[in-house]
Each structure stands twice: as structure tokens, then as C-alpha cells.
Design a protein around this ligand. Sequence first.
Ligand code: UDP
Ligand code: MG
Length: 327
Amino acid sequence: MDRLAIVVPCYNEEEVLKLASEALRGVLEDLVRKEKIAPDSFILFVNDGSRDRTWELIEEEHAAYPVQVSGVKLAGNVGHQFALTAGLITAMEMSDVTVSIDADLQDDVDVIEEMIDKFHAGKDIVYGVRRERRTDTFFKRTSAQAFYKLMGLMGVKTVYNHADFRLMSRRAVEEFSKYKETNLFLRGMMPLIGYQTDSVYYDRKERAAGESKYPLKKMLALAFNGISSFSVKPISMILGIGLLIILVSLLALAYALFSYFTGHVVQGWTSLILSIWFLGGLQLLAIGMVGQYIGKIYIEVKQRPRYNIEKVLSSIEIPEKSGREAP
Ligand code: UDP
Ligand code: MG
């Protein structure tokens, strides 16, 4: 039977930690009883350099439930995306399948069962998708929607209304671990892994306790990071604008010459206006061209895997990846 690891990044979560542990242990117990996961499945709390009693509480939970509760302590605060990555990669060696979820219980723990069912049906990544955002403030809702729209426009593939509540099979996490980039935007990386994916839907609840650790500043940083880590479109846009302005300068040429010959101009205007438009366009074009190379360098230095081979048919024996058993 498959061993499940539930990975929970925690930053200053002393108010919800026990609640989260209790709720998630409930889920584990239920799934073990239904024989959907192995009895030694566990929760992995990742303490992201909390300054409150979060780690002490994790230690207490581990002492009380040594099998069900494990913990990882990061030496300092590295932020949600890195903390989650640390948890996933630690869990990779210890489990067959992982589910990542926030500590605040905003995501519905009851759909984990559905995720596991989809995993058993052969899916490698199962996205938890929020059905609606009734409990979010108007501001959070609209800003989040604008965020997904903008990402789409910039050519970053993401799953709409999916945050970081997701199931990943061991081989999906292994593939993910090959992405060595430091500018992490997990939601954008998952679709690059490939394999069969699916979604489960739920209503997002209010935080069980404590405050959001994602103020507007961090949200904007995440959005900017998402775009700038995935897309070279902004550079291409500069190039496009440069070309456009050079085109406009040709029109301006026609207009200026026309004005010059019909005599309605101040001395020096024609050459001045033409230089402004043409040089402006030329400069943008040049910046855009240089940008194209920088864009390529940026894609090269990421050294992302170029493909992910799922299966090979051959009579020659090749070692299998730690694969899933046939469903
Ligand atoms: N988190 C973290 N490190 C940070 C900030 C947040 O590990 O620097 C964790 C936090 O403990 C929570 C999750 O990331 O489990 C999501 O944060 P939060 O619920 O505050 O974000 P929101 O739901 O308000 O966007
Ligand atoms: Mg939250």
C-alpha cells in the first residue's frame, strides 16, 4: 500500500498548529481505516524559521504521535515556496505520494481522500482548485483574479484558482526535484512536469486561527516572481513596441515632408520631429534585441530538464524510475 506524506509549511503558526495536526491526523486515520494508504503514513510539518512556539509544538506533537507526525526545522525563514520545496524533497525519500497543504486549514482536508482516489486511478498530480472565493475579501478576490489573468497573458501556464494544495506522486516530486532554479514559482512549474493530472474542487474556508502570512507586499512579489521566472514575454513586448514606433516614424516622415512642402512649418521642426521618433524607436528596438539574448541566457541558466520520459519500450533492460505500480 502507498505511504502518504502530508507536507505542511508553517511560519509562526502556533495558533493553528495543534488544530491542523488534529484535523490531518483525522484524515490519515480515516484513510488508513479505509485501506487507501499505508498505516505508517504521516504528516510532515516544515517549520520555516518561525519566531514563535511553532517548532516546540511540532516537537510535542511528534512526541505524542511519533508515527503520524514528523517535523523538519529549517534554520531560518526562507518563505513559503522554499519551505514547501524542502518538505516535498524530504518527503520524497520517505513516501510514495505527497499532499501539500497550508497550516491554516483554509483548504478543505476532506478532499484529500478524493485526491488519493485519483492517484490510485493513475494520476500523478492532482490540483486542489477553489470553487469560489466567498470567504475572501473583495480586494483579495479581485487581485487574485487579476493575477491569474495577467499570468495567462504573459504566457505562464497555471491552473486557475489553484494555490499550493496538491497531490504529487513520488515520481512527480522526483522530476520536480530536477528543476534547480532558485526563483521558485511552484504553481507554474507543475504543468511543466507532464504526466496525467486532474483536479478536485472545494470551497476555501476562512483561516482557522492566526493571521495571513501573505500581506499584499508578499503577494505582489509572488506575482512578479511568477511572471519574471517563467516568461520572456515582457522583453518581446519591448521589441514589439520598438518596431511599432519605427513604423510610426515612417508615417511621421510622410506627414513631416508633406508639412514641409506645403510650408506650414517652423524652421528645424521637420528634422527634429523625425529624429525624435526614429531614434526613440531605434533605441527600443536595440534594447529589445539585447533583451532577446538576455532572455535566452536566462532560460539556459535555469537548466531545466528538457523532457521527462515516462516509459520506454525496448527489449534491452533499462533501470526503471521509482515508478508507480500499474493501477
Ligand atoms: N508560510 C511559510 N513561510 C512564510 C510565509 C508563509 O511557510 O514565510 C506558510 C504559512 O505558515 C501557511 C502557508 O505558508 O501554512 C500559507 O500562508 P497564509 O495562509 O498566511 O497565506 P494566505 O492563505 O493568506 O495567502
Ligand atoms: Mg492561508
